[in-house]
Design a protein around this ligand. Structure first.
Ligand SMILES: Cc1cc2nc3c(=O)[nH]c(=O)nc-3n(C[C@H](O)[C@H](O)[C@H](O)COP(=O)(O)O)c2cc1C
Length: 218
């Protein structure tokens, strides 16, 4: 590339993000690439929630289901403690934003939309699909509430472990649940040389509405 113009490489001049694509299909392609290209937790995503008066907060969670089908819940699913800080915000304001950043792939996806709680059957199935020690660790946690000292938590873990070890599974706490974000806006971002990044945003009005898309200035 010459120093006088950033546009002399033809490849840089055109978008590689297909117009009219189905963003769910594009997401699947990128997510599959992340399984190979991103070493640690390629399903890790930032989850932003907000209080009803608009004060935001953000933390990482793991994507545990995705897709437009009914079985996948028509969106992007994560699991958490509904009595946590995020849980309180979600209960009061059922909207969220998700962000994937796959640094090694130099790609980002932003997703926004309303949330719906996952059915108890699906939450149970996921909770009990996890290793026993993860079930114990999450059931013993009053997530986001003040902990007097670490030993208090470790004692609860030990107690729960002993109580359910014979069955090899812990009853799911009723406040441990999942949410599916039904996307209304999905933006794909690719890092391109010289800051000539490539962005395409897909928007729709309702859960079944048609997608429209546009390129965005980087
Ligand atoms: C990579 C990564 C994945 C995580 N996955 C989850 C998750 O799936 N569910 C969850 O409740 N917390 C997860 N956490 C912990 C959250 O980031 C956070 O500490 C916790 O949910 C409490 O958040 P809150 O106080 O905003 O409710 C994860 C943290 C990291 C770094």
């Amino acid at each position: 590339m010459s120093d006088t113009t950033p546009l002399d490489d033809a490849q840089l001049a055109e978008s590689v993000l297909p117009a009219g694509a189905d963003p769910f299909v594009l997401f699947e392609e990128w997510f599959a690439a992340a399984q190979v290209g991103e070493m640690n937790d390629p399903n890790a995503m930032a989850l932003a929630t907000a209080t009803p008066d608009g004060a935001p907060s953000v933390r990482m969670v793991l994507l545990k289901g995705h897709g437009s089908s009914e079985t996948a819940g028509g969106g992007f699913t994560f699991f958490t403690n509904a009595e946590s800080r995020k849980g309180g915000q979600i209960r009061a304001n059922m909207q969220a934003a998700l962000l994937f950043h796959w640094k090694s792939l130099r790609r980002q996806i932003r997703i926004e939309g309303p949330l719906a709680e996952v059915s108890p059957e699906r939450v149970d199935a996921y909770f009990h699909s996890r290793p026993y020690k993860s079930q114990v660790g999450s059931a013993a946690s009053d997530q986001s509430r003040a902990l007097p000292d670490r030993q208090t938590y470790l004692d609860r873990v030990q107690e729960l472990w002993a109580a359910h070890e014979a069955e090899g599974k812990v009853p799911r706490p009723p406040h441990w649940t999942g949410f599916t974000l039904s996307p209304r806006r999905i933006e794909f971002w690719i890092d391109r040389d010289n800051r000539l990044h490539d962005r395409r945003e897909f928007i729709r009005d309702g859960a079944d509405g048609p997608w429209s898309d546009t390129l965005l200035y980087p």
